[in-house]
Design a protein around this ligand. Sequence first.
Ligand SMILES: NC(=O)c1ccc[n+]([C@@H]2O[C@H](COP(=O)([O-])OP(=O)(O)OC[C@H]3O[C@@H](n4cnc5c(N)ncnc54)[C@H](OP(=O)(O)O)[C@@H]3O)[C@@H](O)[C@H]2O)c1
Length: 267
Amino acid sequence: MGRIKVAVAGASGKMGQASVSAIRSDTDLQLVGAVARRWAGRDLGEVMAGQPWGINCRADVQECLDADRPDVLVDFTHPEVGAQHALWALAKGARPVVGTTGLKKEDLAAIEEACEKSGLGAAVIANFSLGASLLARFAMEAARYFPEIEIIEMHHQDKVDAPSGTALHLAQELAARIHTVNRPASIERLPGVRGGAVNGIRIHSLRLPGVMARHTVVLGGPGQTIEITHDSTDRNAFMPGLIIAIKKVVALNRVVYDLAELLDDGP
Ligand SMILES: NC(=O)c1ccc[n+]([C@@H]2O[C@H](COP(=O)([O-])OP(=O)(O)OC[C@H]3O[C@@H](n4cnc5c(N)ncnc54)[C@H](OP(=O)(O)O)[C@@H]3O)[C@@H](O)[C@H]2O)c1
């Protein structure tokens, strides 16, 4: 099989630009398309590196899917459009790798249905960093002994969704572990608090300048507490996981939500 052809939606954004560079540096991948409304009609290389790469920035995802024919569409855009982009990709035979967070339950259900119908796979992963995957693994182990748990997440002030997708995913997994009765996960909004709760696990969301992304799981027991923290200080933290997801999604025929599922058999 030749190189996997990849397009990036949200290429002008912070994660989009980091993804473009990471994809271009991987010899198994070929960047074939980019969606960036603010750079529409311009060559992506001219904008990002001052020299042409032969990639014409598109104003919308459908135009990119038709013209550039990617095998995989990476999406780092906005919660209001991320799911629609994935559905358009699946309709055109491209596999979506969705990094955009804040997608609604019904969005995820629609992506699952589209995957089932098309026989194609998708990766919808709230956090591509290996460290966040390990945080979840360690917290799951600690939760066997300390079932009283709260989560604190801190992000930069421009993050549009709260709680973070990572915190929600963590809370759902931890709740499933500590509740003997597996209640369906739902987010409860707590009055006066930015954050929420999932099946009784509270999430505190802080939005501050100077922070990129930090998640802390605090577990309490009589006379002791455990805190497990993961910090992302640079967007490069997300790139190895993203590259693994792009390579693995082409062989999937279902939706994967957890990077750990893609790591188990090695990168
Ligand atoms: N999964 C992970 O590991 C991970 C890690 C970090 C961040 N994230 C998530 O990734 C997403 C992007 O984050 P970011 O920091 O890169 O944001 P950002 O810098 O604001 O970039 C988002 C880009 O999306 C495009 N966009 C915004 N609204 C759009 C719309 N309605 N339709 C089409 N394109 C639109 C914009 O480009 P144009 O205006 O040029 O089109 C913008 O440059 C967020 O949901 C964030 O939570 C995920």
